[in-house]
Design a protein around this ligand. Sequence first.
Ligand SMILES: Cc1cc2nc3c(=O)[nH]c(=O)nc-3n(C[C@H](O)[C@H](O)[C@H](O)COP(=O)(O)OP(=O)(O)OC[C@H]3O[C@@H](n4cnc5c(N)ncnc54)[C@H](O)[C@@H]3O)c2cc1C
Length: 483
Amino acid sequence: MEENATVSFAIIGSGIAGMSTALHLSQFGNVVIYTKSQVISGSTPLAQGGIAGVVSKDDTFESHIEDTINAGRGENKRSVVEVLVRNAPQEIQFLRDLGVPFEKEQHLEGGHSFPRISNVKDISGKVIAEVLAFNVLANKNITIQEYADVYHLDAQKKQISYRKKNKKYSVVSDFIIIATGGYSSLYRDSTSPKENMGDGISLAIEAGIKTKDLHKVQFHPTVLNKQRDNKPQLLLTEAIRGFGATIINTEGEQFIDPLLPRDVVAKAIYDEEQRQKSKNCVFLDARKVPNFADHFPFITETLQNEFFLDPQKEVLPITFGAHYCMGGIETNIWGETSCTDIYAVGECANTGVHGENRLASNSLLEGVVFARQIARDIAKKIKNKNRIWHKEREERMICDEVSSDHGISDSYNTIFLQTIRNTLSQYLSIETEKEKKQKNIQIAKDVLWRIRDADTFSFLSQKNKMVFVLVQQLVQDAEDALY
Ligand SMILES: Cc1cc2nc3c(=O)[nH]c(=O)nc-3n(C[C@H](O)[C@H](O)[C@H](O)COP(=O)(O)OP(=O)(O)OC[C@H]3O[C@@H](n4cnc5c(N)ncnc54)[C@H](O)[C@@H]3O)c2cc1C
């Protein structure tokens, strides 16, 4: 039997966006973070390059704004870009004050016209995630529910349901914040952790909350062209190119300026692969990068230990991979979704800040800037004396219903995901020519129809049905964008 527990703030996801929001909201009431696996999870700990923001006196907000809008091909919402860029110094300082030991010098990345990336070697995300987790765990007003996989959102009741250790629970909350990251791992070649399947976006679609531009996925141009079991492909950060690495083909020709925005570089690699009819014809040449191992210790170690590659002695095989999702749950500058008191933040949100293409190192920044925007908005709401809310209530554990995904065939679910990953990678990646796009979208739609119509659809796990909902919307958005 289910009974409702209540909390002031239910946050789904513990990346930079979820944890930063939790820290801000903890001053107002009890916060519970529900996260699918461990507290340090999602894309945040994988971030290598760092976080963008004007720190040097020689740099300007106007320049960061212009770079962001240039990368976004002018499709960004300027007012949102202003919020992002002008709040960046304060948020970088916020992370420093929490304990992130950013290096003294900022570095340069593709698409930026000034060295404005604050970093901690090539493990910026890992250090940020650890520092945030430390502060969250030490905060008495924040509870973390690890291995709590949220599978349902009732927007009217403000209720979320999650599974934990084969039990199901439901919680009603005054405010719900979705911070579940992106869905890049739905593509075959991807830099994102397998758990980032867009759950929060599927929950939103099912709950009738507006999403936007799900077809807008950013492909990172320099992903090591080698697959790993249950791990994302290794990203070779833009910063390597900032230190002078070049991109070459099998003839040793530098066919693209490596410091152009990542969508331009990724498209050039896609074209080169099409021209050579091969997935194995592009390389990153980092042999002349001075002191590679000092700047990129994590990458050096991973290349050597897992792939037996030495970046100072040999060129590295690369391809492009799904890396970041510009599309997501539509929000305004306060993180509000189309449903009152339900917010979205971080990569799962679409604020309009990135336009067609996110500028490197603007996404950690987005997580931390819009976390505070949400707190500002909620502060205004709860100061309204007519508003009744549950500041003092504690979460109570409830329902003891045993969870089961009803006799699913594991192999069918595996095949389903493989089909989705191959379909998205092959038909909804970098192609820009309209006619080819039309043809590709039709093929993807046919695949989805066949999956939907098959008797086996009912054997899909609940999670994979959520994936299906998201992919259907993604294909629809891609088609709508054509006309
Ligand atoms: C390899 C790599 C390198 C990158 N480098 C950089 C960089 O240098 N600079 C930069 O700015 N950006 C970088 N990015 C992008 C950046 O890391 C992400 O956009 C950002 O970390 C997203 O943060 P987030 O909090 O929105 O989501 P995430 O960090 O992805 O966190 C999502 C959270 O939601 C949880 N979750 C998901 N579904 C559920 C569910 N159903 N129930 C409960 N919990 C759920 C996950 O477990 C996780 O805790 C990089 C990304 C990758 C993959």
